[in-house]
Ligand binder design. Structure first.
Ligand code: ADP
Ligand code: MG
Length: 245
């Protein structure tokens, strides 16, 4: 079953590289049923923050929580099993595998499902993403926009509670962008918690109920008061605590 309805939170996360504090005491919440955006210039620390949330990198200090569970010390695959999925700025798919097999690999990251269930889920997702006709194509043969959708499908196949997307709109054509917008909306409506790194201002305005603007490692939160998702009741507090999604 889907593990929806859980909030991902970061408390005072810090990550330093030699001489650079890439993430500098970030506190934020990614509530279920909403799309939260993360914007900011190149080098602001967005991808590093994603890495610290997903477990691709270990933060130097601070905490990452999913619901009440402390993920801070867990490796990436363990966080994935608990319901955290992500995509990458540099698209990460298995180039030698077909589109369908890429999704099946993603489905295997979800605990407690049979091969048959995983295959059925992969079929449903292929349909949702408009990829059914490409199911037997090797990923290596596909253009960037299509690969982004394959990567998104791989992440969704794991049935996450929280989905972190690093520039999902990059390289998509108009038709693919429209499909992405509809899909992300319906995922949020279904209870998924989404965090989106995105530079496309229109996409952010259209989708996000709140925006974290990141600059040299620090974030500032802007609630979007008029948003349909009910963000109007969200105060300016950076972690949005006490506001159920
Ligand atoms: P963004 O995704 O917002 O463009 P990044 O998270 O990629 O920003 O980078 C934030 C800062 O951390 C930059 O100054 C970048 O040069 C530095 N940085 C990122 N990854 C590493 C790394 N592996 N080693 C050293 N410095 C890094
Ligand atoms: Mg980046």
């Amino acid at each position: 079953a889907r593990r929806e309805g859980e909030r991902l939170t970061a408390h005072n996360l810090t990550k330093r590289f030699q001489g650079v504090t890439a993430v500098d005491g970030v506190t934020l919440a990614v509530p279920p049923g909403r799309i939260t955006a993360l914007t900011g210039p190149n080098g602001a620390g967005k991808s590093t923050l994603f890495d610290c949330l997903s477990g691709a990198q270990r933060a130097d200090s601070g905490q990452v929580l999913l619901g009440g569970k402390d993920l801070t010390r867990l490796p990436e695959h363990a966080r994935a099993r608990l319901g955290l999925a992500r995509t990458f700025q540099q698209i990460a798919v298995f180039p030698g595998l077909t589109v369908a097999d890429n999704l099946r690999v993603g489905a295997e990251q979800s605990a407690g499902r049979t091969a048959r269930e995983s295959a059925a889920d992969a079929d449903r997702l292929l349909d949702l993403l408009g990829l059914s006709d490409l199911r037997d194509q090797a990923a290596a043969e596909l253009p960037t926009g299509t690969l982004r959708l394959v990567e998104l499908g791989r992440a969704l196949a794991a049935q996450p509670a929280v989905l972190l997307l690093d520039e999902p709109g990059a390289g998509l054509d108009r038709r693919e962008t429209a499909l992405l917008v509809e899909l992300l909306r319906s995922l949020a409506d279904g209870g998924l918690a989404l965090l989106l790194v995105e530079h496309d201002r229109e996409l952010v305005d259209e989708l996000a109920s709140g925006v974290h603007v990141m600059r040299t490692g620090r974030t500032e939160f802007h609630a979007r008061l008029e948003h349909r998702g009910g963000a109007g009741h969200q105060g300016g507090h950076p972690d949005g605590a006490g506001h159920p999604g």
